[in-house]
Design a protein around this ligand. Structure first.
Ligand SMILES: [Fe+2]
Length: 433
């Protein structure tokens, strides 16, 4: 077990660093230092920040070693400097940042060889290493979103996603009853996914696939962006100030979007992406539906009606393979609805994992019995009504940071992330016949 775990951890760290290198070596030094959007850090900040977190947790805490660069901790503390201010900081330059992350990684690998994995909770099952892998993968997804915001010639390439081979039904009835939400057993689950607890839900319908570009275009054509009825007071205020008229990166012609520097025709049966929570809610109301709650999303993704237990993923407990879900930046876009029949849930809900993060109707809160681990700043400081939960991961999310219990959160106005949604509705007595 221990040797296997070490090998797994080492492989995950290396695989993750290879992705970081793809994202940071695709552009020149000037591009790494530049701020491509006030919403994002310069890529070179993300790079050194990833190394700094690895130093803090693996080198200093787990390994008990002396600091590599204590003098830069403050610069790379995400809580001390908002993203818009980061370009003005005296950051490590690209060569220094690369040398720094390499030095930290060498020490971390050395510590991995000798640390006991069964001692403190922080290292049990390799948790601290898993946390650092997930952290770097999450920043890789953020860097991918920065690439999407970057002007200039395309630098990233990937094959197109697979075509649709199934036609998901319109909506799926999820029967009433309790299910287990969250986890006690997933070794690298973060504090906000814990503990496992029973949640009893009435019957509801949920879309068998995320809302597509074609469906969303109908909302636009029907004047959805100009009708305050669908937006609510807060949403309408945002829609007006921000001048929203279509998802981010859609071009004025209404027929193309720009993706990673390429102008492409909008694919009608692909999940809509780069919409904010207010847009998702407005669409759902226009369609006579609503967004699912977080519990509804997770029950659809994990509940197995045959056994009554919750699975790790919609398709079962096995880790994601390329036939299950569009994850890990293998493709640079969501895949059409119906492209992953092997990844569907037992009840026939498709593409819950991968493609687009899905906005839910729920605020970000701790589960009953929540305990911050290993630090309050991981999740707890974000709990409250300011953030909406997103589920399921996107084409830019790595499998290491994606599972049926994984929770993401963001402000309801954000859409630089790879965010889409699906709709739900209450089941009426006549639906249950
Ligand atoms: Fe971070």
């Amino acid at each position: 077990m221990t040797r296997d775990l070490r090998l797994t951890v080492a492989a995950e760290l290396e695989r993750t660093r290879a992705r970081t290198e793809v994202l940071t070596e695709a552009v020149d030094d000037a591009d790494l230092i530049r701020q491509h959007s006030p919403l994002m850090s310069p890529l070179v900040w993300d790079l050194a920040h990833v190394g700094n977190q690895e130093e803090l947790w693996l080198v200093r805490d787990v390994g008990g070693r002396d600091p590599v660069r204590r003098d830069i901790d403050e610069l790379y503390d995400a809580f001390k400097h908002p993203r818009r201010d980061r370009p003005a900081l005296p950051l490590l330059n690209p060569a220094e940042a690369r040398a720094y992350v390499r030095q930290v990684r060498d020490k971390a690998m050395d510590i991995l060889d000798t640390v006991r994995m069964d001692g403190r909770p922080l290292v049990a099952d390799g948790f601290a290493f898993g946390m650092i892998v997930q952290h770097e993968q999450q920043h890789d997804e953020t860097m991918l979103a920065t690439h999407q915001l970057r002007a200039g010639a395309p630098v990233l390439t990937a094959p197109a996603p697979p075509p649709a081979t199934a036609a998901p039904r319109g909506e799926v009835l999820i029967p009433a009853g309790p299910f287990t939400m969250g986890t006690d057993v997933e070794p690298w689950a973060l504090d906000n996914e814990r503990p496992a607890h029973r949640v009893d839900l009435p019957a509801y319908f949920i879309d068998a696939a995320p809302v597509t570009n074609a469906a969303y275009a109908e909302f636009i054509a029907a004047g959805g962006y100009d009708d305050p009825r669908w937006w609510g007071e807060d949403g309408w205020a945002h829609r007006t100030t921000a001048g929203l008229t279509a998802p981010a990166h859609w071009n004025r012609d209404g027929e193309t979007y720009t993706r990673f520097g390429r102008v492409e025709r909008i694919v009608p049966d692909e999940p809509v992406v780069h919409v904010c929570w207010y847009e998702a809610r407005a669409y759902a109301r226009w369609a006579g539906r609503r967004l699912p709650t977080e519990a509804e999303w997770e029950k659809a993704a994990r509940f197995d009606p045959a056994t009554g237990r919750s699975r790790r993923f919609p398709w079962g407990d096995d880790p994601p393979e390329s036939r299950h879900a569009n994850l890990g930046q293998r493709h640079l876009s969501p895949a059409p609805a119906g492209a992953y029949p092997d990844g569907a849930s037992p009840l026939g809900v498709h593409q819950l994992i991968g493609d687009v993060w899905e906005w839910t109707d729920s605020d970000f809160h701790g589960y009953p019995g929540f305990r911050a681990f290993p630090y309050r700043e991981y999740s707890e400081v974000f709990f409250g009504p300011d953030y909406k939960v997103l589920r399921g991961g996107s084409f830019g999310t790595d499998a290491a940071a994606c599972r049926g219990t994984f929770r993401n959160w963001d402000y309801p106005i954000r859409r630089q992330i790879f965010s889409g949604f699906r709709c739900a509705r209450d089941a009426r007595p006549e639906d249950l016949g």
